[in-house]
Ligand binder design. Structure first.
Ligand code: RP5
Length: 164
């Protein structure tokens, strides 16, 4: 992909085990026809890969980074420290602490290096995809229309009264 190609989202995660959560971001980006690419980048097991990714993300043509991790989830913050692209953090639900550890690790960034932190788990990944699309839609009218249509179809799905 040419470095001047815009409108791309990187979805990175600390482990293969994060994919069932993070694929919710990929699915919504697919629905909105936003170009995206998913990679495994671990802050503690592949630190050199993480560093190369974060420093090269803009050069690769990415505009927004979605980073998901669980436990001592330092991946989104470490990436945010090495790029000025917007980083959206998704706390993956951990086994030991049900994602509280992931959430606090990602949301409590010291002032100066922001990570836009979403909800724990699949809802957070889905919303990260939607938020990435919203950011890109600021400079892409066609995407803005697709996003508004996507929202309108969810509104239209809501019935007036519950059915058995
Ligand atoms: C983190 O540790 C990953 O983001 C994952 O959520 C968690 C567990 O990883 P695995 O042991 O399943 O590889 O680095």
């Amino acid at each position: 992909m040419a470095a001047d190609s815009r409108g791309r989202v990187a979805i990175v995660m600390g482990s293969q085990s994060d994919w069932p959560t993070m694929k919710c971001a990929a699915e919504v980006l697919e629905e909105l026809e936003v170009e995206h690419e998913a990679r495994i980048v671990s802050a503690h097991r592949t630190p050199d890969r993480m560093s190369a990714f974060a420093k090269g993300a803009e050069g690769e043509g990415f505009d927004v980074i979605i980073a998901g991790a669980g436990g001592a989830a330092h991946l989104p913050g470490m990436i945010a420290a090495m790029t000025h692209l917007p980083v959206l953090g998704v706390p993956v639900q951990s086994k030991a602490l049900s994602g509280w550890d992931s959430l606090l690790s990602i949301v409590q960034m010291p002032g100066g290096v922001p990570v836009g932190t979403l909800a724990v788990g699949e809802a957070g990944a889905k919303n990260a995809g939607l938020m990435a699309a919203s950011i890109l839609a600021l400079s892409d009218e066609d995407l803005s229309e697709r996003l508004q249509d996507w929202r309108a179809s969810r509104t239209a799905d809501v019935g007036e009264a519950p059915v058995d």
